[in-house]
Ligand binder design. Structure first.
Ligand code: 4F9
Length: 246
């Protein structure tokens, strides 16, 4: 899968992308990452990419032209069909379902804005989809680009070993993850739940599922409301609720 990122801070995105799971995916050739800086397409000698907003107001707005030229250069650089995505607080909320769909694309062109945002006509003319990573304003779209990049790359075949893919399961099932423990067995008098040392893999699976269901019920009832629980899940969640109210 190929990613083209249009950003005023290519080094920021490139270096962050090359750590850990995503870095290995790039090294293994599972992912191609190419950076495009709109400043390289600014026509004037000051390499201007922003300007004052019509109608006044604080801050600056990114101009159409350098951004559009960078996006078009990226598009022309490969025949792979691409979706062009703008990360902004005005986008739809990015969820795992969206990430799963995007991971099926052969190529994504991810556009990171800076300043107060980009000229609306750039979005109208060049952007296919607009996504937000949450209801807060960042200093720029680069961190959002990296969030989308990371979430998508993890889903690509060959990227996660078996050990990591277990983490995917709960989130992929729309549930919050269960608690995790490692040595030492006791911390400040707090012991690891006995079942996790029982060697009874069936009991351990049920315990983890019950914890995921219970946590989702307590912390994110909105996620639970979207799910069709099977008989086992309903039973485990009832057990959790009973213990919670006991
Ligand atoms: C995506 C982008 C942004 C953002 C871009 N520039 C300032 N904030 C915030 C949330 N999700």
């Amino acid at each position: 899968m190929r990613f083209d990122v249009v950003t005023l801070f290519p080094e920021m995105v490139d270096s962050a992308a090359r750590y850990g799971v995503t870095g290995r995916a790039i090294e293994q050739g599972i992912v191609d990452l190419k950076l495009w800086n709109p400043r390289d397409w600014a026509p004037d000698r000051h390499r201007t990419v922003d300007d004052r907003p019509y109608g006044g107001g604080p801050g600056m707005v990114m101009k159409v032209e350098p951004l559009r030229s960078a996006i078009r250069a990226a598009r022309a650089d490969s025949d792979l069909p691409a979706k062009t995505i703008y990360l902004s607080p005005q986008g739809g909320l990015l969820t795992q379902d969206v990430v799963v769909r995007l991971a099926r694309c052969p190529r994504l062109i991810l556009v990171a804005g800076r300043y107060e945002g980009v000229d609306e006509r750039l979005i109208e003319l060049e952007i296919d989809e607009e996504w937000s990573i949450g209801d807060y304003v960042l200093s720029g779209g680069e961190l959002a680009v990296l969030v989308m990049f990371d979430a998508v790359v993890r889903l690509l075949p060959g990227v996660l070993g078996h050990a990591d893919s277990a983490v995917q399961d709960s989130h992929m099932a729309g549930l919050l993850d269960c608690p995790h423990y490692t040595r030492p067995e006791v911390v400040d008098g707090r012991r690891v739940p006995q079942v996790l040392q029982s060697g009874d893999h069936g009991a351990i699976r049920r315990w983890r599922l019950k914890q995921s269901l219970g946590r989702t019920w307590l912390r994110r009832p909105d996620l639970l409301a979207k799910l069709e629980l099977d008989a086992e899940q309903r039973s485990l969640l009832e057990e959790f609720k009973h213990e919670f109210y006991a």
